[in-house]
Design a binder for this molecule. Structure first.
Ligand code: PLP
Length: 396
């Protein structure tokens, strides 16, 4: 049996490779940080981690995690509702709710699970989900698991959203779902207008703050802070795997009854293990750090502004951004691969993105800024961009 299947898989893999879509993994032998060491021995400046606040290797978070290893051990060997809930899990849920100005929080093993398990317990075939076309894969999968009627609107297009809301008026309940920051362009969902339309058409709102929490808004509380709509969305999902420490874990935070029902019925919560106490403890520390000082967020904001202005001064074309994601546009798939490879030779680690991840003719280098980057890191990177840009004829 396996002989035929093996052949089939080998063909599939060969197709992926010949389409130029085969994903290689680069091996890092150091902690995740502003600079990382690769297994080749080369040390490079890292501009492709979601390590926005530079907490992935933060000494205080490491210390909190080590402490929790001593006080609470290594693993939970249980789902939350059997014997997988410690005082630290409850503390973290409370802190996340305070941070986002919501009523309660439920933790998951990942935000992929939070999004996968949020719709099916809450909505039925009588209801409607109105989803941005560029929403994250986990939202798309979560919607698929739910029987609610599906409506899609063109990304961040409020005219189309209004049209879909009009068409969804027959359903019992409606929810609009959007990413806070879209990860390819770095643009934000217009939450003020989304909330306005939700009020006009009697809909609820859910926002995924994975790329915006810790990054967007005056104090890093995400797009609800940026657009002054804190408390006006029913559901926020997010991750502990990006700005919030970078380890693993996800959450849904929002209205009390929603969270309560998810604890009863959300399948990834009921049937998957608790995050280890050490991760929860570092999460508590992270929220405490962010609540007591805006320093990391201020540094990140400064770095974003500095890179943005320097790269534009050098003559590069970037997408309008309101986050720590900056798309340096090259428009050509092959060029962007070559550009990224040459930057690596210069000691700068970035990724080139092309079709099908972004539209055809929209190939680019995606740069992700971090509070861990120093001015020297950014200067060196801009200089490398200029050198390679001239070599490849992108800039004059
Ligand atoms: C990264 C990401 C996720 C998945 O988060 P994990 O905690 O890594 O599973 C979900 N949604 C969005 C928008 C993301 O960017």
């Amino acid at each position: 049996m396996y002989t035929d299947f093996q052949k089939h898989l080998q063909n599939e893999l060969a197709e992926i490779t010949s389409a130029g879509l085969y994903k290689e993994e680069r091996i890092i032998v150091s902690p995740q940080d502003a600079e990382v060491t690769l297994d080749s021995g080369q040390t490079v400046i890292n501009f492709c981690a979601n390590n926005y606040l530079g907490l992935s290797n933060d000494a205080e978070l490491v210390r909190s995690a080590k402490n929790a290893l001593d006080t609470h051990g290594y693993g939970m060997s249980s789902v939350r509702f059997i014997c997988g809930t410690t005082d630290i899990h409850k503390e973290l849920e409370q802190k996340i709710a305070e941070f986002f100005g919501t009523e309660d929080t439920i933790l998951y093993a990942a935000c992929f699970d939070a999004n996968g398990g949020v719709f099916e317990p809450l909505l039925t075939a009588e209801d409607a989900i109105i989803s941005d076309t560029l929403n994250h894969a986990s939202i798309i999968d979560g919607v698929r698991l739910c029987k609610a009627a599906r409506y899609r609107y063109k990304t961040a297009d409020m005219e189309d959203l209004e049209k879909q809301l009009t068409e969804a008026q027959q359903q019992r309940f409606r929810i609009i779902v959007t990413d806070g920051v879209f990860s390819m362009d770095g643009n934000v969902a217009p939450m003020d207008k989304i909330v306005e339309l939700a009020e006009k058409y009697d809909a609820m709102v859910m926002v995924d703050e994975c790329h915006s929490a810790g990054v967007v808004g005056e104090t890093g509380r995400g797009v609800t802070e940026l657009f002054d709509v804190m408390g006006k969305v029913e559901i926020i999902t997010g991750t502990l795997g990006k700005a919030f420490g970078g380890a693993i874990g996800g959450f849904t935070t929002g209205k009390k009854e929603i969270i309560e029902l998810l604890r009863q019925r959300s399948r990834p919560y009921l049937f998957s293990n608790s995050i280890p106490p050490l991760i929860a403890a570092a999460g508590v520390k992270m929220i405490d750090m962010m609540s007591s000082s805006n320093e990391l967020h201020d540094t990140l904001t400064y770095n974003i502004g500095y890179f943005n202005s320097e790269i534009q001064k050098a003559g590069f074309d970037i997408k309008p951004t309101a986050s720590a994601i900056i798309a340096v546009m090259l428009y050509d798939a092959k060029l962007s691969q070559e550009f990224a490879a040459k930057l690596l030779e210069e000691g700068v680690y970035v990724i080139g993105f092309s079709y099908p991840v972004v539209p055809k003719e929209q190939a680019r280098i995606r740069v992700q800024l971090s509070a861990a980057h120093s001015k020297e890191h950014i200067d060196k990177t801009v200089a490398a961009f200029i050198k390679v840009g001239k070599e490849l004829g992108v800039i004059g």
